[in-house]
Design a binder for this molecule. Structure first.
Ligand SMILES: [Zn+2]
Ligand SMILES: [Zn+2]
Length: 393
């Protein structure tokens, strides 16, 4: 067995640790003193509305499937000793810097990936910003937690006009407090799952600009329908978990359709999303931050490819990787494994550099812009969500 001596450098911040240590430690340290970034729990009318949701049971939002987690002892071991694969890049990445004028033209469909799950989707005249993170860290505090590997490819001041901001759930790597504060003066609409409006209002977003949706709920934006789709995940940025809902989004226009998974594990509703709202020109599906100990909150690469098939996608744009270290897996592993699985199933994958745009059905050059570093295959380290074996056949 190979062990490294623990060092400060070896102390990593994987997703489970981020969400558990930070939500617990962060809340204990800062919640009592009123740290704004933690947000606020829903109350009053908002709370009454979310309690009427079919997703609300026994005081919290629930998934259709039970969540089975692996051993926390092994997590502690990995936290201290790490693993063989590098979880973050050592060299400068070929980030494509963008500016406002790049968005002057208005294509029928164009998506720009700004790293992790931050996306600008331009579809049929509307420009949407998804899970925007310009902050330095996916964390409630500015001095600790996973830090970004590079500045945003699009400096915030270069962000073009936005019609609506979509938030999939309230985890720190999707709902970024400093970014929300910067976006408020822009006056855009916010489309979020049930309960997340409480955070936004606490931070100063006017209530009239917030649309809160339950799963399958939808809202219109000049002819574009935005539907909150079910996801198999969890939520929370303070002591209490699952007080706000998590979701993905389907954007359905007259001619173009795209799907964004949010954070999710594999589950049956993906097929229902495909039946009701697909087929999709483009899917943006989470591929990173997986682990064999938390297979019921993230897909992992092979299941992401399967999810793309279930929702009836044409081109797959892998997201939720390439900006923060939120797992123990090698930082290039999500893409290496997605490309292998996609090849096996003959699926078109869009390989984008951070900052690059994609206009389906055109595919960009399949440029492997990352280095060759060690990674584990799906056979060696399989990620299978529990209870859904039938979906993998
Ligand atoms: Zn999450
Ligand atoms: Zn996430």
């Amino acid at each position: 067995m190979r062990f490294k001596l623990p060092s400060l450098k070896a102390v990593r911040f994987p997703m489970a640790a981020v969400l558990e240590v930070m939500t617990l430690g962060g809340a204990i340290l800062f919640g009592m003193t009123g740290c704004n970034s933690l947000g606020r729990s829903p109350e009053g009318e908002r709370q009454a509305r979310l309690e009427r949701s079919p997703q609300w049971q026994s005081g919290k939002f629930v998934n259709r499937y039970e969540r089975v987690d692996g051993s926390r002892f092994s997590l502690l071991k990995d936290l201290l000793f790490g693993n063989a694969a590098p979880t973050r890049p050592t060299d400068t990445l070929p980030v494509q810097t963008r500016r406002r004028s790049d968005f002057d033209s208005a294509p029928g469909l164009r998506t720009t990936w700004l790293g992790h799950s931050t996306l600008i989707v331009e579809i049929e005249g509307q420009r949407l910003l998804i899970d925007p993170v310009w902050g330095e860290r996916a964390s409630p505090v500015s001095f600790a937690g996973p830090e970004r590997w590079y500045p945003s490819p699009l400096p915030f001041d270069e962000l073009p006009e936005i019609d609506a901001v979509l938030i999939s759930h309230d985890h720190y790597d999707h709902l970024d407090y400093p970014t929300v504060l910067k976006l408020i003066p822009r006056g855009a609409r916010w489309i979020v799952p049930l309960g997340v409006g409480a955070h936004l209002e606490a931070w100063g977003v006017p209530a009239a600009q917030i649309v809160e949706l339950d799963w399958w709920g939808s809202t219109e934006l000049s002819g574009l329908t935005i539907t909150a789709t079910p996801a198999r995940h969890f939520s929370g940025r303070g002591l209490r978990q699952d007080q706000t809902l998590w979701c993905g989004f389907a954007l359905t226009g007259v001619q173009r359709r795209v799907y964004y998974s949010g954070d999710t594990a594999l589950f049956d509703d993906l097929a229902t999303i495909g039946e009701r709202l697909g087929p999709f020109d483009l899917t943006m599906i989470e591929v990173g931050a997986y682990d064999r100990r938390w297979t019921d909150v993230h897909l992992g690469p092979e299941q992401a490819v399967r999810a793309h098939q279930l929702v009836k996608g044409n081109i797959l744009l892998p997201v939720h990787w390439g900006l923060f270290s939120l797992g123990f897996h090698g930082w290039t592993e999500p893409m290496e494994r997605v490309l292998a699985a996609a090849k096996e199933h003959d699926i078109s994958v869009a390989v984008l550099r951070p900052g690059e745009s994609l206009s389906p059905p055109e595919l960009p050059m399949q440029d492997r812009w990352w280095p060759e570093v060690p990674w584990l295959s799906g056979k060696v380290d399989p990620i299978h969500s529990s209870g859904v074996e039938h979906l993998m056949h």
